[in-house]
Design a protein around this ligand. Sequence first.
Ligand code: D41
Length: 720
Amino acid sequence: MSQTDMFGEPAQQASPAQASPTQQAAELRTQLHHHAHQYYVLDAPQIPDAEYDRLFQALQALEEAHPELRTDDSPTQRVLGKVLDGFSPVRHAVPMLSIRTETDTEATGAQAFDARVRRELGLTEDQPPVEYAAELKFDGLAINLRYEAGVLVQAATRGDGEQGEDVTQNIRTIGQIPLKLQCAEAPPAVLEVRGEVYMRRDDFEALNERQREHGDKTFVNPRNAAAGAVRQLDPAIAAKRPLSFFAYGLGEVQGWAVPPTHSGLLDALGEMGLPVCAERTVAQGASGPQGLVVFHQVIGQRRDQLPFDIDGVVYKVNSRELQERLGFVTREPRWAVAHKYPAQEQLTQVEGIDIQVGRTGKLTPVARLKPVFVGGVTVTNATLHNLFELRRKRARVGDTVIVRRAGDVIPEVVGVVGEARASYVPNFRMPANCPVCGSTVVREPREVNHRCTGGLFCAAQRKQALLHFAQRRAMDIEGLGDKLVDQLVDSALVRTLPDLYKLGLLKLAALDRMADKSAQNIVDALDKSKTTTLPRFLFGLGIRHVGEATAKDLARHFGQMGRKDDEQKTGIMNATVDQLLAVRDVGPVVAQSIHTFFAQPHNCEVVEQLRAAGVTWPEHEPSAEADAASLPLAGKTLVLTGTLPTLSRDEAKAMIEEAGGKVTGSVSKKTHYVIAGEEAGSKLEKAQSLGVPVLDESGLLALLAQNASGAVESANPDQL
Ligand code: D41
């Protein structure tokens, strides 16, 4: 919501002519508080931004004309001009406790907590289960908000728990934090709300993007960015850092009947206009702690999809009375525990920066790291992507860096901590020659990547090309992995793809550490791979920009590989750029790349030699019918979720693709249909919230049958 300094006309409906300026100001504030809550907290604005701005400017004009009407809780007073010299200390009325943290990765953490609580309460097995509230553990910084008579008067950091710092000015700039509580009755005389200030991941990305544009320093993660913003001495700068807040507890309270449960407390705080996270649950009944175990698991699976970082979940005894009976030890309540997930970020040292050469010759700088356990695995190296990323992150040998591994993504170096280097470390440079084959390294204009020009002369590219050819989704040569490919290339037994089929038992068995049985398995796998399909073969060739999907499209469109010496000039090998452009989803870059590939005699030679070695695939005549545009699901994007009653996921996917449709992993406004089966999860909810049509299996079959008359007869594109 933009809040400009411009003075506007006071909004008519908000300032009836007979009302006094005091009444007018009060009315405008009420409206503005309400709409700010709708916008920032509920994410459900009821009026356009321009209308909000009009109300805001009307209030500003009124306060300008009558400065005595200005109040601390006025929405005009969020950003105050003064730059601070430092933060004043604040003694907390009630100490800010910390929370006991369990880092064990066992799902049983909740059961251990329950057992401890029951023991401390002196409950025996035959007594009923204790009720628990479970919530997220936000990765931000703890803040105490002090409201007096419903008005925000102070915000302080946790500090050492006894004494923190006064960060009121900066906290006031957070739109989500109400300057005034919404209370049906008289507001509490004193209400201290505790919670976490954090930054959403999208806000963090946008902030870093802005910082980069202005040549300012970027932040390593949302937590650091949030902490920096809260402790920013210039509130005008703090106001530009997009922060958010979630409430999770109380400090001092006077004149308020605190709800008897933690879940009730969070509900009540929500009703007062404070942001509380909806991702929470109450585990009650006989299953008691089991509900917490499930919560921990479910949230753990969805962690990467949340819009903000969390580092665990928190379990709390729900009843206030029991909380009081349990009390605390050494600043940690006995009634709460944080159950952490494996950290997604860890600190470690860069021991070196290596260069990896990929299949297409791309040089990737990779940080060699002191081994560190992160995201559930031990990481020894992490990509730095390219020279520009590396420079941007300022990573050098000897630096302490933050390594992140979220979900299944490749570990990466997020940034460097601290500036001080023990001694001068030269800036990293890309080598002028490929570290593997010595060929010249180039960087094309406007490209960020450096490339080795050695092509298949380069052993690194050869190895990657072989691995690409052998992978499951291509020729599926079982047993031909990293180690074997290294051996085959290093011993010069294999130089080109066709060499693989000349290996034979004797040569394989003669390799180091190769048992006869294993050698036989490889021979069998190679034999088996010879009977393949056109899309697999095409994909396996490793033509730049030709992934699995494009390979399928090409196979469907052309039906045949073709031969260079064919007078008719049919098939993919002979296709002109224009003919290639007629294939669905093939644009100029892809078309050019395919054309260039087959314009190289050595590439055509490879295809011929593979054929000569016995590699075969079924072909068909190119037909207009086979053209994608005429297929029933042409141009449609579908998402599969849950378990379908009769079709496996792969079968359903193949049927959709064969009908010209695309299957993607996530639901968006652009999704045409979601096919939902048993136990469909968040994708189904998302579809419903976006109004994307949802079909079950029979709905899918009906869709496929609709105008299947026009579709290709043979079916699986994989078996063309
Ligand atoms: O999300 C959090 N980081 C979080 C922190 C939470 N959800 N609940 C918390 N509850 C407490 C008690 C039990 C003491 C009210 C906390 C914290 N404390 C906390 N975080 C840092 C210091 C204290």
